[in-house]
Design a protein around this ligand. Structure first.
Ligand SMILES: *Cc1c(COP(=O)(O)O)cnc(C)c1O
Length: 375
């Protein structure tokens, strides 16, 4: 049975007519920038995130960039973050002339290890960007405590974790601000690029509104140097159609994760660890295996799609060489990046498909006998 890593056609089939109608409505109105669809989406995303304010932007990357600009992060500043994330987390820091300072991850959750943050704080540290990886929020209490003590901003990179919770609190609502992505593969994905920033800080909110539109207010008078970070109303209209399904889709992903967990129980496959105080939205279901190359090959032969998130931690990426202390070793990130593999987890998977994936994983495991150790 062929099982792709992600099947966006399957999701689209369920909302097709509504999406086409919503897009037609925007086109008929010819409100092609801003307008009521963007405002409505901002209101609804703020509400489901337990935040007062939301600013629709052009992507998750621009959400991070615009947040950092609003917090006046620039040359000479340092921002503490994880090396085990998508490039944009650290890329947006470096684009502003600031330096990403990488702190290793927790081996259980793959999220920033709060215990290692304080040692990396200097007089230049301006902010921390915890990334809520694969749908699970970071252990934010200790991170917020450190941030308060050193007067640092906290930008939650919640690109993969919209509506996830930590101790009952929503992703994006705990830090200074939170960033979401509507990239098609995220739990709430548009038909192209899009993103949003949420915050409870009114001043920051107003600054972000200016920054996403070149810093202009009134028109053609520039109070700040911003950019074009606007969210398209066509994307907003599509996201408004999908938003009512988000909870059921995330529930479907959790159900699939639970089935995998059961099927892998007692095997040497290391399944995702979700902390008891967290509810994950499982943007990814990533396992650790000893011989990953053999597993990828075996699954490919069986018609099953997989992906490596992420093969090279950011502190080892060529583009950051000049910003990273020579010889910096972050052993957990490095080990995890060698052994991690994401399996299909999208909500439209059937129990039979999950069983087929798990059987194939376990078949390769038993064929290779003791190659799947504990990682
Ligand atoms: C997807 C993602 C981003 C960037 O979002 P885009 O919308 O693709 O620009 C940033 N950080 C993380 C952790 C992501 O997964």
């Amino acid at each position: 049975m062929d099982v792709p890593l992600l099947d966006l056609q399957a999701q689209f089939a369920g909302v097709r007519q509504e999406v086409l109608d919503a897009v037609s409505e925007v086109l008929d109105s010819q409100v092609c920038i801003g307008g009521p669809k963007v405002a409505e989406l901002e209101e609804k995303i703020a509400a489901i995130s337990d935040c007062k304010y939301a600013v629709g932007v052009s992507s998750g990357t621009d959400a991070l960039l615009c947040s950092l600009m609003a917090l006046e992060v620039g040359p000479g500043d340092e921002v503490i973050t994880t090396p085990f994330t998508f490039f944009a987390t650290a890329g947006s820091v470096a684009r502003l002339g600031a330096k990403p300072v990488f702190v290793d991850i927790d081996a259980g959750t793959f999220n920033l290890d709060p215990e290692q943050i304080e040692a990396k704080i200097t007089a230049r540290t301006k902010a921390i960007i915890p990334v809520h990886l694969f749908g699970q929020m970071c252990d934010l209490d200790p991170i917020m405590e450190i941030a308060r003590r050193y007067d640092l901003a906290v930008i939650e990179d919640a690109a993969q974790s919209i509506t996830a919770t930590y101790k009952g609190r929503k992703a994006g609502s705990i830090g200074t601000c939170g960033c979401f992505s509507f990239f098609p593969s995220k739990n709430l994905g548009g038909a192209g690029d899009g993103g949003m920033i949420v915050t409870n800080d009114e001043k920051l909110y107003e600054k972000m509104l200016l920054l996403r539109n070149h810093g202009s207010n009134p028109k053609y008078y520039y109070r700040l140097i911003g950019g074009n970070f606007r969210l398209d109303p066509i994307q907003a209209a599509i996201l408004l159609v999908k938003l009512p399904h988000l909870e059921e889709w995330s529930e479907g992903r959790r159900r699939n994760a639970a089935q995998y967990d059961r099927l892998f129980a007692g095997s040497s496959v290391r399944t995702p660890y979700i902390r008891p105080e967290c509810v994950s939205i499982f943007n990814q279901y990533a396992i650790l295996v000893e011989d990953r190359a053999a597993l990828i090959e075996g699954l490919k032969e069986a018609g099953i799609g997989t992906e490596i998130y992420y093969p090279v931690p950011l502190h080892l990426q060529e583009c950051f060489t000049a910003m990273v202390p020579p010889g910096l070793s972050l052993p957990v990130s490095e080990r995890v990046s060698r052994h991690i593999l994401a399996l299909p987890i999208y909500p439209e998977l059937t129990p039979a498909m999950i069983e087929c994936v798990a059987d194939s994983v376990l078949r390769v495991a038993s064929r290779r006998d003791d190659t799947f150790g504990t990682v």
